[in-house]
Design a protein around this ligand. Structure first.
Ligand code: RB5
Length: 144
């Protein structure tokens, strides 16, 4: 299951990506927000980060206006590696090298078709382990 979350600035993109994933038969859980009324993006970052931290979700997708605030907030949670992505190459590499368990997108920055390709690239990639695991271990050591 993939956890989805957004603020008002990412609402339309989150809705688009939810349909995109559901069409592919991927199970999603939508943690809100559920309209374009103004809300605080850290609240939704926390919901998705905790779902990923606990193992309830295999990964997460977060959208705000730029993707920046919501990614900063998600990265405050231990074990979360949230990558703000703008292109499909980085989306693939952030799984292969960083094992990003959440990606963040900007609803006011990235168009829907590119966003869908970014999501697919991240989902279809596999973490390569090896030297990359050692680097992630160093990042994890900063959390203690
Ligand atoms: C909300 O207006 C906007 O600040 C938010 O969606 C996001 O872009 C923050 O980083």
């Amino acid at each position: 299951m993939l956890a989805l979350g957004c603020d008002h600035g990412g609402y339309q993109l989150k809705e688009f990506l939810k349909k995109h994933l559901e069409k592919k038969g991927i199970e999603v859980k939508d943690f809100g927000t559920y309209s374009e009324d103004s809300v605080d993006y850290p609240v939704y970052a926390e919901k998705v980060a905790k779902a990923v931290q606990s193992g309830e979700a295999e990964g997460g997708i977060l959208c705000c206006g730029t993707g920046i605030g919501i990614s900063i907030a998600a990265n405050k949670f231990d074990g979360i590696r949230c990558a703000l992505v703008r292109d499909s190459f980085s989306a693939r590499l952030t799984k292969e090298h960083n094992n990003a368990n959440i990606i963040a997108l900007g609803g006011r920055v990235t168009g829907t078709e590119l966003a869908a390709d970014i999501v697919d690239s991240w989902m279809n990639a596999e973490f390569q382990g090896g030297r990359h695991q050692g680097r992630i271990d160093i990042i994890s050591s900063f959390e203690k």
